[in-house]
Write a protein that binds this ligand. Sequence first.
Ligand code: G3P
Length: 215
Amino acid sequence: MKIFLDTAETDVVRKHFKTGLIDGLTTNPTLIRKSGRKHEDVYQEFKDIGLTDISMEVIGNAENMISEGKRLHKKFGKVATIKVPCTRDGLLACRELANNNIKVNVTLIFSVAQALLASKAGAAYVSPFVGRVDDNSFGGLCLVKDIADVYTKHILTTQVLAASLRNVRDAAKAFQYGANIVTMPPKVFEGMYNHILTDAGLKQFDIDYAESIAE
Ligand code: G3P
């Protein structure tokens, strides 16, 4: 059971990494663009923070993705997981990179069929986009469950990395539905600590503790 953060904000990641609860990191071109920084500067900073699994997205045709994936792997070493889209070119790149012992995260997964092809192409991870499935009136968590079930049934080693999570409930449920890894925005991770009854219980314990030592 692994928790990844889905962000390119290095300061926020630095803070959360110190908790010892973060196992890895995913980025995408949109998140990197929002950070206003260069891709490789962001990856380098994550590596320096101590992250050991960083998804780095590549684009273009199969040839571009393969050469870029190999280059990033050479530059960043084992911490680099190359992220490719679930397209024909993406899966060709996945096969070639996997044959070279490079971990691949196949992203933009919206069906069990895509997850099966990605696994056959040697993906270490598949990333079903829970929130975006929900946005289109299908069940994002059901997709996670269906993929996890079929992988279990056929003893496939590809791990289900649930992505595009927008709230704490779905993040926790994704594990319940069989995800091996859940990547989430830092805000969702922060929300995982919270429960209104914990706050209420603690408030009373604090009062009673203070009273008991005053008595
Ligand atoms: O990193 C991919 C994914 O988590 C994107 O999430 O919220 O843009 O659908 P979102």
